[in-house]
Design a protein around this ligand. Structure first.
Ligand SMILES: *[C@@H]1O[C@H](CO)[C@@H](O)[C@H](O)[C@H]1NC(C)=O
Ligand SMILES: *[C@@H]1O[C@H](CO)[C@@H](O)[C@H](O)[C@H]1NC(C)=O
Ligand SMILES: *[C@@H]1O[C@H](CO)[C@@H](O)[C@H](O)[C@H]1NC(C)=O
Ligand SMILES: *[C@@H]1O[C@H](CO)[C@@H](O)[C@H](O)[C@H]1NC(C)=O
Ligand SMILES: *[C@@H]1O[C@H](CO)[C@@H](O)[C@H](O)[C@H]1NC(C)=O
Ligand SMILES: *[C@@H]1O[C@H](CO)[C@@H](O)[C@H](O)[C@H]1NC(C)=O
Ligand SMILES: *[C@@H]1O[C@H](CO)[C@@H](O)[C@H](O)[C@H]1NC(C)=O
Length: 759
């Protein structure tokens, strides 16, 4: 019971919902035929049966009247409707012939020589394609103009030089003429030129001229129209006229916006813009027919039912109807074009069969053999790749990437990287180092990258590699080279970094192949050196604090600092070194690459900590200050190692002797000494006593500010004090050392305040 009620509710709600979304539909019970004429919607008889466009004379609403001859005929106002075409958007009506005659009794022409017809503002136009102004007469000139004579005017003249020259079926000036009319008119005015009249009609010609807009295709001139003047009698005084109509006055684009008013409601229908100006029509799509103005009005055409003429599919062919079309195919064992009936039986000679069979068989065999070989090769290669991928922690990485969608980390294939580097062409080598070779490359998406091919890695490293890569790829700092991805399916992993174009800090300071211990870098202003040092310190500090356990660079040195536009520094080669385990094998590799930068404590304990980076950074700072190499084998014994040379000079109070001469003239000794002080702290023997990278960065930042605005030097003092205290808290020793390096600082705060206070 309840269910039935619900069903009724749904059923009654359904059509309402549909009606809300589409244009209103005519009632089902409407009269759709009058006499012999079909009357499809939007036309109709009676309210609710046609498209209502407002009151007016010419509308879609027709009447079905009994006419004098006893048949029912549809009328549109006073025009009899001969037919409606939905396809063409046209209706044919019967139009009056306008005669202008000579009255023998009154010996004058009829008074009325003009007629007009006006449906402007209606939804109908006079079709210019189908209709012509037709003038029949022997001395007749008629015009058709717009009702207010401002929009257009056209006309033609018919004469009769002699009866013998008139021809049935020819309307070309002899007794009959036609003129085309402009497109899109919905009003007209026909007018006879009074100077050309039949008042002087000679014997053998009628006394009337006729003018009418009519459907050209249904008109055929007869000589009797002018000789006996029976044009009106023989046609009943009316001839067909074709009207174009529209169902909306907007363009299709505009009409689609209002679904409740849009008339093309049927599935498989389309909207067509009217050729007469703004307005549209609907049409069933190709392959469908019916009434596009009714829901489900357009139905698939079953082309197969008319396969002989309209949709050819000649007899042996098999015709299959599809929505909107049809297929015609040759029967089994025949080939050809079924549409034109050219199906032919397949060749069936035994010899041909055997020959074809044998050659196909041989070809197949060859293909199978070669592809089997290729597949085997490919499998072997793939298994090697898989093994490497697994070895390098690829699976781990893959899992991680799956669970962490928005990553910008890519696992490159070997082919991609080969393509990017032109098969690792020598010309693309950017640099070679202890850890591997770096190539310049261009990815398929156009990104320029640096691709690093690592040197052999240890077993332990291999396992962790992928995971570590992933961590590094998430590091996002403007002074850290961005890791785009890696390739694990090769024997030694490859890393893909962003390309930093201007070489390394090492090259900047020492020149490319510079053998000289110093000189090249002298061109760099002190402020730039300080900026580079500060940014690099920031980057290292960021990495030390970004993850836990900290990411340790392990190989901080000037060749690992890349220089970007505007002397922006980018720390590179992270990762390969964080993998550094605490075993001796790795110890050896590291010593190879980075003598001169190596934390002495690390050399003793083999334990890599963040303070090892601090030490190495101290050496880089020295390079910036002195423009000397970290290790200079050509120099005298005591100058070979830059850090010990520096510490010695500092201890003997001859800092100036070791500094790059250029910066001496450029910057106050105060500032330089502060930077030297930071370097001094970084180079502490005991890692414990070195400041953290964060503290170094802050101190360099403070010095940078001071150097830019010397008069505000006091402002940064607090942080210096903090550093001082921090270090002092660890060991009393540090405090005095700090005093040495920061020469102008006094032993305690009160003394410092004492300097400031005399004001
Ligand atoms: C058709 O019949 C209606 C109603 O009888 C009448 O009002 C109308 O004038 C007629 N139309 C024509 C063209 O005869
Ligand atoms: C001709 O003119 C006469 C007188 O002016 C008039 O009575 C008659 O109706 C006219 N004939 C026609 C066919 O108009
Ligand atoms: C008469 O002509 C003017 C100017 O071309 C036009 O704007 C107006 O609509 C016309 N009126 C009619 C009734 O055709
Ligand atoms: C044209 O056809 C009519 C009959 O329809 C005929 O009486 C007339 O003689 C024909 N005219 C010519 C010039 O053949
Ligand atoms: C008919 O044309 C003649 C000249 O061909 C002219 O004199 C006469 O006025 C015209 N008749 C009318 C009624 O316009
Ligand atoms: C959409 O068409 C309906 C029916 O013609 C009309 O009432 C309504 O105002 C139109 N809406 C818009 C936004 O034009
Ligand atoms: C409607 O489509 C048919 C064929 O699908 C085409 O011949 C006809 O011209 C179209 N009508 C209009 C008004 O575009």
């Amino acid at each position: 019971m309840v269910l039935a009620l619900i069903a009724v509710l749904i059923a009654s709600a359904w059509p309402a919902a549909e009606a809300a979304a589409t244009a209103a539909q005519p009632a089902a019970a409407c009269q759709r035929r009058c006499g012999d004429v079909d009357i499809p919607y939007p036309f109709g008889i009676g309210r609710g049966c046609y498209l209502y466009t407002g009151e007016g004379d010419v509308t879609f609403g027709l009447t079905c009247n009994l006419t004098a001859d006893g048949t029912y005929r549809p009328f549109c106002w006073e025009y009899e409707v001969l037919g409606v075409s939905l396809r063409r958007g046209q209706a044919r009506v019967r139009n009056d012939i306008n005669p202008w005659c000579y009255n023998a009794t009154s010996r004058s022409m009829d008074a009325q020589s003009t007629w007009w017809w006006d449906v402007s503002d209606s939804w109908f136009h006079v079709s210019d394609e189908d209709n012509r102004l037709t003038v029949v007469g022997c001395n007749s000139l008629a015009y058709v103009t717009s009702v207010n004579e401002t929009e257009y005017m056209t006309g033609c003249m018919a004469t009769c030089p002699s009866v013998g020259r008139l021809e049935n079926g020819s309307c070309s000036g002899m007794g009959c003429c036609q003129a085309a009319i402009p497109r899109g008119i919905n009003s007209y005015w026909v007018e006879f030129e009074e100077k050309f009249n039949t008042s002087g009609a000679v014997a053998g010609f009628g006394r009337c001229s006729y003018a009418v807009l009519l459907e050209a295709a249904s008109f055929e001139f007869r000589t009797t129209y002018v000789t006996t003047g029976d044009f009106v009698e023989s046609t009943g005084g009316k001839v067909p006229l074709v009207l174009d109509w529209v169902v909306g006055k907007e363009t299709c684009r505009e009409a689609r916006r209002n679904a409740t008013a849009f008339m093309c409601v049927s599935r498989d229908s389309e909207c067509v813009d009217s050729r007469n100006g703004p307005g549209y029509l609907c049409n069933c799509s190709a392959g469908f027919e019916g009434n596009p103005y009714l829901l489900d009005g357009c139905q698939d055409i079953n082309e197969c039912e008319d396969r002989r003429f309209k949709y050819p599919c000649s007899v042996p062919g098999t015709c299959i109807n599809t929505p909107g079309g049809f297929r015609c195919s040759c029967p089994d064992k025949t080939t050809g074009n079924a549409y034109y009936g050219t199906c032919e039986a397949n060749k069936s000679q035994l010899g041909v069969h055997i020959a074809i069979g044998v050659s196909v068989g041989l070809a197949l065999l060859a293909i199978i053999l070669s592809s089997a070989y290729m597949i085997q090769q490919r499998r072997r290669l793939a298994s090697v790749k898989r093994r490497y991928f697994k070895q390098h922690g690829g699976l781990l990485l893959f899992e991680e990437m799956k669970s962490n969608q928005g990553l910008s980390f890519t696992l490159f294939t070997e082919e991609e990287l080969e393509e990017a580097t032109d098969r690792f062409d020598e010309r693309n080598v950017l640099g070679k180092g202890g850890n591997g070779t770096v190539y310049r490359g261009a990815l398929r998406d156009g990104r320029a990258v640096a691709i690093k091919r690592c040197k052999l890695v240890s077993e332990r490293q291999k396992k962790e590699f992928g995971k570590e890569m992933l961590i590094l790829s998430q590091v996002n700092h403007r002074s850290v080279v961005k890791l785009h991805g890696c390739c694990l399916e090769v024997e030694v992993p490859m890393l893909v970094y962003e390309l930093v174009p201007h070489g390394t800090l090492y090259q900047l300071i020492h020149g490319d192949g510079a053998a000289a211990s110093h000189g090249h870098g002298s061109r760099i202003p002190f402020a730039t050196r300080l900026k580079i040092a500060h940014e690099a310190a920031e980057a290292l500090a960021y990495l030390h604090s970004w993850a836990s356990p900290p990411i340790i660079h392990g190989d901080v040195k000037s060749p690992n600092m890349l220089i970007d536009d505007g002397y922006a520094v980018k720390v590179s080669d992270f990762g390969a070194s964080t993998l550094a385990p605490t075993n001796e094998a790795q110890f050896v590799t590291l010593v190879q690459g980075t003598c001169g930068y190596l934390d002495p404590e690390y050399m003793q304990t083999c334990k890599l900590t963040d303070k090892s980076d601090v030490y190495s950074f101290g050496v880089v700072l020295l390079e910036l200050l002195t423009c000397r190499k970290a290790l200079n084998l050509q120099s005298p014994e005591e100058e070979k190692n830059l850090s010990s040379h520096f510490l010695q000079a500092l201890g003997e109070n001859r800092l100036e002797a070791i500094l790059d001469s250029q910066i001496l003239g450029e910057e106050s000794m105060e500032v330089i000494e502060q930077v030297a002080g930071v370097a001094r702290q970084c180079l502490e023997m005991s890692g414990e006593r070195r400041p953290s990278m964060r503290q170094v960065a802050e101190e360099l930042g403070r010095v940078r500010k001071l150097s830019r605005h010397p008069w505000r030097g006091g402002g940064g003092r607090g942080s210096s004090d903090e550093l001082e205290k921090l270090l002092a808290g660890r060991s009393p020793n540090t405090y005095s050392e700090l005093q040495v390096s920061n020469g102008y600082l006094s032993l305690n705060d009160s003394a410092y305040i004492g300097i400031q206070s005399p004001r």
